[in-house]
Design a protein around this ligand. Structure first.
Ligand code: MOS
Length: 752
């Protein structure tokens, strides 16, 4: 690709093109849509977590003003079961259709649905529905003992071997190792709390269904709705134009969506259903609790000889969401003997689901913490220990890394942070009367592509349009699509129309796994190239065109101009002139790129890498701990939009401060209810908790992913940060916390 002026669109910080629509209130989020005659639905939540509904009495609710219907098992109509489809289709974490039986398996499970003319009437009616239960004692026990299960178990994504990875003799090497570490690390249930609540607006036009949904994966939802309502796929349209984020909670469909669709079908009116903040804690996923035993064996010099990672996570009664804490364990460090195994423990919770950096985030908290403890045990610098164990290849799969620059991350991060000034003794560092703690950790996250299609139009007024049925969950996908189109077409960013979030568009990737950017690059580039090819043939075929006598292969296109290759680009004709001369409104091209994700025999191990250096301040007199400084370095290939990219990493670090110090969902052992199910009691990091965050990107394009070498950056920033923070806490206070979040009660044990 020649380096032209247009190249500056890629790799330059671009403010979000959808920013003005958002700040001026014009951006339509799912709950903003209104349609004439629309009704409002509010689900009725079970107030037990285990047992059976013995009687449901809707009679008082039905008589309330404005109420159109109270739906329940007997009158909701048919909602079928769905099955996993081929490849990456038919995914849902709670497979049981709503109202399928009378059994209650978690608190907040929907048992009825009130529909009324206004939201207020619907809420009042939902509250007036009387349920009688045969209640059993729910199992919401925090301590996870592994369920007795087979060696291969079903998961949302198909059967999985519980021994995920194994090489050498991990047990033997551990027992013979001169230096040993055997610790268990615990992460609590965490609940996704994007500002935007889950919402559905469903509308039927005869047998055709349109659903506005706060969804990170509109095509998967379309496929699920096809199945559960028994429709031809082309009769189902899903729209998701703007999302107030999701963090994974909006990846896969949830039962409220089906209830809204079923109610709209019964009442022949559009139905809107927006769940409450309390409901966000019940039936729309969470990150499960994990208990992870890590055993490390090392030489006295610090070379790892054995790594065992055995973890248990909580799951729902019926479903098989898998929290893959071992995702990174098998390749992140060099170790000849290794075993990674998972177990599960059923609880009376709604199904867990993917939450930002699923698996790897809790997994790396455990393994990176173990490494930090081993470094202390060996009296080695934790960076040094990692350098000593840097792998040359992916030892789990015996394939090379496409691009791994973790050591450069450590070097740059250490420099920017001033790590060499660290004195290792606990409580030994002071500044302005505060005790300082310094800690660090490495991180990684998978990089791959989902299948993607796109179309690009070049129009006679000098504008372009790019369409791709992906979503923008707030991460900057609108802007990335515009940048890619601008780069190829020479059309300035403000003249590129971006259309996404609609299943009537070419199928785009799910907004998950930090894979959207990497996935759309080849599809958009191919679409633009095809539009340009079409333009060149018009240039030669049009009477009176300056290129009439030429063959299209003598022509080239760059910076929005068509020119004869031999003459150079300065002589070109702007493409709108050529289109207008030919009386053609637009040329269009489509592009399609296959997935690399899920390739059973990859040639390269493709991952992003990074590290965090963290400083905390500690005031023992008042037990006050603050995160005071973070330096994060990320190796994620080429960064297409450094402004949005840095913002992703900053957001992830903020979430990491919450993970380390604040976030946890507690369940009432009596009725199984999440008790801190509101934004006052479920603590998350807020502005006052956030120090200066210094983010750096390395620039090593990874051409295995796409021609720009761009990997993804949505999730990696949350990986490792909690381990860096707890290491800093230990360095400041001498308290080793192995169960998140770190609480004041933990720190009162400090002797420093
Ligand atoms: Mo992310 S948990 O893949 O939305």
């Amino acid at each position: 690709m020649p380096e032209t002026a247009q190249m500056s669109v890629i790799g330059k910080g671009q403010p979000r093109i959808d920013g003005p629509a958002k700040v001026s209130g014009q951006a339509m989020y799912t709950s903003d849509f209104y349609f004439p005659g629309m009704l409002y639905a509010v689900p009725v939540e079970a107030t037990i977590a285990s047992g059976r509904v013995t009687k449901l009495d809707p009679s008082a609710a039905e008589k309330m003003p404005g109420v159109r219907a109270i739906f329940h098992r007997q009158n909701i109509g048919k909602i079928f079961r769905s099955v996993p489809g081929q490849g990456f289709e038919g995914i849902i974490d709670e497979r049981r259709p709503p109202f399928e039986d009378d059994i209650i398996r978690y608190y907040g499970q929907y048992i009825a649905l009130a529909v009324a003319d206004t939201f207020e009437s619907a809420k009042a009616a939902a509250d007036a529905v009387r349920a009688t239960y045969a209640q059993e004692k729910p199992n919401v026990e925090t301590d996870l003992k592994a369920d007795d299960e087979a060696e291969t178990v079903p998961t949302t994504f198909g059967p999985a071997k519980r021994v995920q990875s194994e090489r050498g003799d991990a047990e033997g090497a551990f027992s013979n190792a001169p230096v040993k570490l055997d610790q268990t690390y615990v992460t609590p249930v965490e609940t996704h709390n994007p500002i935007e609540l889950h919402a559905t607006t469903a509308m039927w036009d005869g047998s055709k269904l349109t659903v506005y949904e706060a969804s990170q994966a509109i095509f998967n939802l379309q496929g699920i709705l096809e199945q559960v309502f028994g429709l031809p796929k082309e009769d189902v349209r899903v729209v998701s134009k703007f999302l107030g984020s999701g963090f994974g909670g909006k990846l896969w469909p949830w039962t409220h969506c089906m209830l809204a669709v079923a109610a709209a079908r019964q009442l022949e009116k559009p139905v809107k259903l927006v769940i409450s903040r309390k409901m966000m804690f019940q039936a729309v996923g969470h990150r499960p609790r994990t208990q992870q035993r890590v055993r490390l064996g090392a030489t006295t010099e610090g070379k790892l000889v054995s790594l065992q990672h055995d973890y248990v996570f909580s799951k729902s009664i019926l479903d098989d969401y898998q929290e893959d804490c071992g995702e990174a364990t098998a390749f992140h460090y060099s170790v000849p003997n290794l075993r990674v195994k998972f177990s599960r423990a059923k609880r009376n919770f709604g199904s867990p689901t993917a939450m930002r950096g699923p698996g790897a985030v809790p997994g790396l908290y455990a393994t990176e913490s173990a490494l930090n403890e081993l470094a202390d045990q060996l009296k080695l610098d934790p960076v040094q220990l990692r350098i000593l164990n840097e792998p040359k290849t992916n030892e789990a799969l015996s394939i090379p890394f496409s691009s791994r620059h973790l050591l450069e991350c450590f070097e740059l991060g250490g420099q920017k942070f001033g790590w060499s000034k660290r004195t290792s003794e606990i409580g030994s560092m002071k500044r302005d009367g505060l005790t300082l703690g310094w800690g660090m950790a490495g991180c990684t996250w998978v990089a791959a592509r989902f299948p993607a299609e796109a179309s690009v139009q070049l129009r006679d007024d000098g504008t372009a349009r790019v369409a791709c049925g992906t979503q923008d969950i707030g991460t900057g996908t609108y802007t990335i699509l515009a940048q890619l189109t601008s780069q190829k077409s020479g059309v300035p960013l403000n003249k590129v129309e971006v259309v996404l979030g609609d299943t009537s568009l070419p199928p785009g990737p799910i907004s998950g796994g930090s894979m959207v950017t990497g996935s759309v690059v080849p599809a958009v580039f191919q679409a633009a190239d095809n539009a340009i090819t079409s333009l060149l043939s018009i240039a030669t075929a049009t009477k009176g065109s300056p290129f009439e006598k030429r063959k299209s292969d003598e022509l080239a296109f760059e910076g929005g101009r068509v020119f004869v290759k031999a003459d150079g680009s300065t002589k070109g004709v702007p493409f709108p002139d050529l289109l207008r001369r030919a009386n053609i409104r637009l040329v269009t091209g489509s592009g399609k790129a296959e997935a690399t994700f899920g390739n059973p025999k990859p040639k390269f191990s493709t991952h992003s890498f990074g590290c965090h250096f963290v400083e905390v301040t500690w005031q023992p007199e008042i037990a006050r701990l603050r995160v005071s400084r973070v330096v994060t370095v990320i190796d994620a290939g080429r960064i297409i939009n450094p402004l949005a990219g840095r913002n992703q990493i900053e957001g992830a670090v903020v979430m990491g401060i919450g993970m380390a110090l604040l976030e946890h969902t507690s369940y009432d052992p009596r009725n199984g209810a999440p008790i801190n199910s509101n934004l006052a009691d479920y603590m998350m990091a807020v502005n006052a908790d956030v120090p200066p965050i210094d983010v750096h990107f390395l620039d090593f394009p990874d051409k295995e992913i796409n021609e720009l070498g761009a990997r993804g950056i949505g999730e990696i920033g949350l990986a490792g940060i909690a381990a860096a923070i707890t290491a800093a806490v230990h360095h400041a206070t001498g308290v080793r916390v192995r169960e998140l979040p770190v609480t004041i009660e933990n720190l009162l044990m400090s002797s420093v």
